[in-house]
Design a protein around this ligand. Structure first.
Ligand SMILES: Nc1ncnc2c1ncn2[C@@H]1O[C@@H]2COP(=O)(O)O[C@H]2[C@H]1O
Ligand SMILES: Nc1ncnc2c1ncn2[C@@H]1O[C@@H]2COP(=O)(O)O[C@H]2[C@H]1O
Length: 436
């Protein structure tokens, strides 16, 4: 008997993931991977079912009596709800969405291409780890130290090799009622103003509608961290996601400095997204002002929103030839960062000589490339890309790109381009149209 096609396709994807991530704990990696795939598929199915239902169709008649409030999910979870591994002290029992602990989608600077890695100094963590005292500066500003941060870090017996936490509660698709309410930390007008500035600098928040944005802003808690303090320790369980308002943070993996980040950036998303141990130690180089978002609000609001985009773009990205070397996880992260833009026939999408800020993939329609000196140089269709030359070489736009029909593009800004295209960058460089 030959094996089912879908099974072979899944295994091929998994093999690619394993090749690119080279995980140490193969079984845990595979478990996470398949749990992520299962959840994606289940969510997709659930969305289809909900859409069909609103159109008066019943896609799955045998499930017609499903009790939505009690069980929003269409398929059975592989582990039961009372699986001991799904319990967290904060009552959060959300499930992972994908596998691996690689670079984040939310902060610039990780996931840099090979050529950028050489800029990262390899220094040893100089941090003493001594815990200063906790002081309260104002009722709604908490000054923390390691000891206090440690209090958030629940299971003390946390084991990196434990089975991934799984339960019936996932990202809670819209419309499903439950008792969860995001925390609210009252803020002064001055805090609100500072927070709004930090939040608007962070592209993660750009996809939020007004309600979600206000939920997140309410739920953020201001945290002051003294210099030389570990905000996150590699291997711990994830509790908070952080946005940096002021100061500098260094990241260390196995004692080696791998990265740093400053105001407007964010960190601590990987463990919350993938239910994996913290991938790095984050240490305050200077005194920090951070905004902390609890794990559940992060997953329920921020992650749920980005997942929508993921569903929208993932199948398109699979068919883009230049991205064929990207792993499933890399494609998911790219999908999260893409924004749709629409053009009418004759619209100038890119103008020769201007400064380049974006990279484009055509998801619908056709466009044409013109050079002032040569006229029409090429035609572009769905799956083609443009706008890479200026970004790769720090040059002005080398040609104009004009919509021939109605065009929809998926666009990525410069930071996303450098951070998220991974192995595709080498292909883009090889195919540079100005060098052929
Ligand atoms: N090179 C890196 N590898 C892993 N994590 C990094 C890196 N640079 C920055 N980080 C951040 O460090 C954080 C540590 O906690 P998380 O794993 O939750 O999320 C991680 C990322 O946000
Ligand atoms: N022959 C060509 N010369 C220059 N740009 C081209 C050519 N063919 C296609 N292009 C695309 O047109 C884009 C114009 O903006 P960029 O220079 O950023 O990137 C360019 C390429 O993606």
């Amino acid at each position: 008997m030959s094996l089912p096609k879908e099974y072979i396709a899944e295994l091929n994807e998994l093999n690619k993931e394993i090749q690119s991530k080279n995980p140490q704990d193969i079984l845990q990696f595979c478990a996470n991977y398949f749990q992520g795939r299962l959840e994606e598929q289940r969510k997709h199915q659930w969305t289809l079912e909900a859409k069909a239902k609103s159109a008066g169709l019943n896609l799955f008649p045998s499930k017609a009596v499903r009790n939505e409030e009690a069980s929003p999910l269409l398929f059975k979870q592989p582990f039961t709800n009372d699986d001991p591994h799904s319990k967290h002290l904060d009552g959060d029992n959300d499930a992972p969405i994908a596998a691996g602990s690689s670079s984040g989608i939310f902060k610039s600077g990780f996931h840099v291409g090979e050529e950028n890695k050489s800029f990262i100094p390899s220094t040893i963590d100089p941090i003493s780890g001594e815990a200063p005292q906790v002081t309260r500066r104002a009722s709604n500003v908490v000054q923390v130290n390691q000891q206090q941060l440690q209090q958030h870090k629940v299971p003390t017996a946390f084991n990196a090799n434990r089975r991934t936490s799984v339960s019936a509660e996932t990202l809670n698709p819209k419309g499903i009622k439950d008792d969860w309410k995001a925390p609210v930390f009252t803020k002064s007008p001055e805090q609100l103003q500072r927070l709004t500035e930090s939040v608007t600098k962070n592209f993660l928040f750009s996809s939020l509608d007004n309600d979600s944005l206000s939920t997140v802003i309410n739920a953020l808690k201001e945290v002051e961290v003294p210099a030389n303090t570990d905000v996150i320790k590699q291997g711990d369980e994830g509790d908070y996601f952080y946005i940096v308002e002021k100061g500098l943070v260094n990241f260390y993996v196995n004692g080696n400095k791998v990265n740093n980040s400053g105001p407007g950036s964010s960190f601590g998303e990987l463990a919350l997204m993938y239910n994996s141990p913290r991938a790095a130690t984050a240490t305050a180089e200077t005194e920090l002002t951070l905004w902390a978002l609890d794990r559940l609000t992060f997953r329920r609001i921020l992650l749920a929103k980005t997942s929508k985009k993921r569903q929208l773009y993932e199948s398109f990205l699979k068919d883009v030839p230049v991205l064929s070397n990207l792993s499933l996880l890399e494609r998911s992260k790219l999908a999260d960062a893409l924004e749709a833009e629409f053009f009418k026939p004759g619209d100038i999408i890119i103008k020769e000589g201007e400064v380049g800020e974006n990279f484009y993939l055509i998801s619908k329609g056709e466009a044409q490339v013109f050079k002032n000196t040569e006229g029409l140089v090429s035609d572009l269709k769905r799956g083609d890309y443009f706008g890479e030359v200026a970004l790769l070489n720090d040059l002005p736009r080398q040609a104009s790109v004009i919509a021939k029909t109605d065009v929809e593009v998926a666009t990525l800004d410069k930071r996303g381009f450098q951070r998220l295209l991974g192995p595709a960058v080498a292909v883009l460089k090889r195919q540079d149209p100005t060098k052929h």
